[in-house]
Ligand binder design. Structure first.
Ligand code: HEM
Length: 395
């Protein structure tokens, strides 16, 4: 069993309370200014905060490897070239922006159906809307039966959870939980793959079974790893993008009014939500050789955590980074990563985000946060979002 402590499974000491994790950006900005690259002994890793350094680490995939604690199994995210290139080219064949764009009418109708089920003048954005939407989209895309969606949600939650604290017991507990979910998922996808191999359908799993490059097909292991990755990488991130977008319109009502007047600004709104409240705030790498980052010397084998949540608020790259600017252009945020591992699901996430926010704004006015219950941040140091976002609205 994997028992090495990987820093991206542990909470950074500066973000050790719920309150801090509900809004970590000021803390991250202070860290960036005081020590743009620093070693944290409690987590045994380097933290990199400045835009230029974060960008460079993402870009230089030879010096900064992605092969690390495969907590979510053997998949693209944890591979280096040449295996990564080969696998990514294969899955790209089935996961094209065109194939994604064709999903728009279906995503729209799922969004409308979810909102139709809301009665009264209040709802919890997370559980009523932002969670089911991507889970339904991914399970339909993969071709998984409808009755399995609740399992999908449970599995994807476990795959992105962090340890409760830095103790060995907490780490052991989360590792065991993840291994359990991985085993269940592997068996689950194995059975679906067998069914589709016998009887192909019009779904992603059938397309992946067919995809080949130079006569090479995906192995069963890679196929299962990829399906699991889609759940782990695509669900909670998209839930958080939608919820973080609603959070902005409630925190800054002038943005809501502007969106109502100019709905064509929704795509640029989504980009700015991605920059300002990134669903993934930190990404891990391992140094493959001794190298310098900023003024620090990193040794081969060191763990490096790069902070997208700090880079996106770096004033050397963005004018007035703490201002939510609906018209920010260009907006070179790093929220989908950069380079060879750039998010494969970015077109899908952007499309879902756009349709979801448009559907909400079309229906509701005066969206307000209900302030009588505390917001609970997601217990992870690399995901930014809340578990609940109760709102009231006027239809
Ligand atoms: C707003 C939502 C999303 C965000 C913020 C996000 C963010 C990211 C980031 C930062 C990476 C790069 C990680 C690294 O460099 O180690 C990544 C990779 C990836 N994402 Fe996303 N993601 C989102 C949605 C999705 C969706 C909807 C899917 C698929 C259904 C998806 C599938 C993937 C895959 C397969 C990779 C691995 C690509 C590779 O290693 O070559 N993501 N994502």
């Amino acid at each position: 069993m994997e028992n090495k402590k990987y820093a991206n499974m542990l909470i950074m000491p500066e973000l050790d309370s719920a309150e801090k994790r509900l809004f970590p950006f000021d803390i991250l900005s202070v860290l960036r200014k005081e020590a743009p690259v620093r070693y944290d002994r409690t987590r045994n890793c380097w933290d990199v905060f400045a835009y230029g350094d974060v960008h460079r680490v993402l870009k230089d995939s030879r010096t900064f490897s992605s092969v690390r604690g495969a907590a979510a199994g053997q998949n693209l995210l944890f591979m280096d070239p040449p295996k990564h290139t080969q696998l990514r080219d294969l899955v790209n064949k089935a996961f094209t922006p065109k194939a994604i764009q064709e999903l728009a009418p279906r995503i729209q109708s799922i969004a409308e159906q979810l909102l139709d089920q809301v009665t009264g003048e209040e709802m919890d954005i997370v559980s009523d809307f932002a969670t089911p939407l991507p889970v339904i989209v991914i399970s339909e895309l993969l071709g998984a039966p409808k009755e399995d969606r609740a399992h999908f949600k449970r599995w994807s939650d476990i795959l992105v959870e962090s340890a409760e604290d830095v103790s060995d017991e907490a780490f052991q507990k989360i590792t065991e939980k993840r291994m359990g979910a991985m085993q269940e998922l592997t068996l689950y996808f194995k059975s679906i793959l067998e069914l589709r191999a016998k009887q192909p359908q019009d779904d992603l799993i059938s397309a992946l079974l067919k995809a080949e490059i130079n006569g090479e097909k995906l192995t069963e292991r890679d196929l299962i790893g990829f399906c699991i990755l889609l759940l782990a990488a695509g669900n909670e991130t998209t839930t958080n993008l939608i919820t973080n977008g609603v959070r902005i319109v409630t925190e800054q009502p002038s943005i809501h009014s502007e969106l109502n007047l100019s709905p064509e600004t929704i795509p640029s709104f989504i980009e700015e939500v991605l920059r300002y409240y990134p669903p993934i705030v930190a990404i891990g790498r391992i140094a493959t050789e001794n190298t310098e980052i900023g003024s620090q010397t990193v040794q081969a084998g060191d763990q490096i955590i790069i902070w997208v949540g700090a880079a996106n608020w770096d004033e050397s790259k963005f004018t007035d980074p703490d201002k939510f600017d609906l018209h920010r252009k260009p907006n070179p945020h790093l929220s989908f990563g950069f380079g060879i591992h750039f998010c494969l699901g970015a077109p899908l996430a952007r499309l879902e985000g756009k349709i979801a926010l448009q559907a909400l704004l079309d229906r509701y006015n005066e969206i307000k946060l209900q302030t009588d219950q505390p917001l609970i941040p997601i217990p992870s140091s690399f995901v930014f979002g809340v578990k609940n976002y109760p709102i009231t609205f006027v239809q």
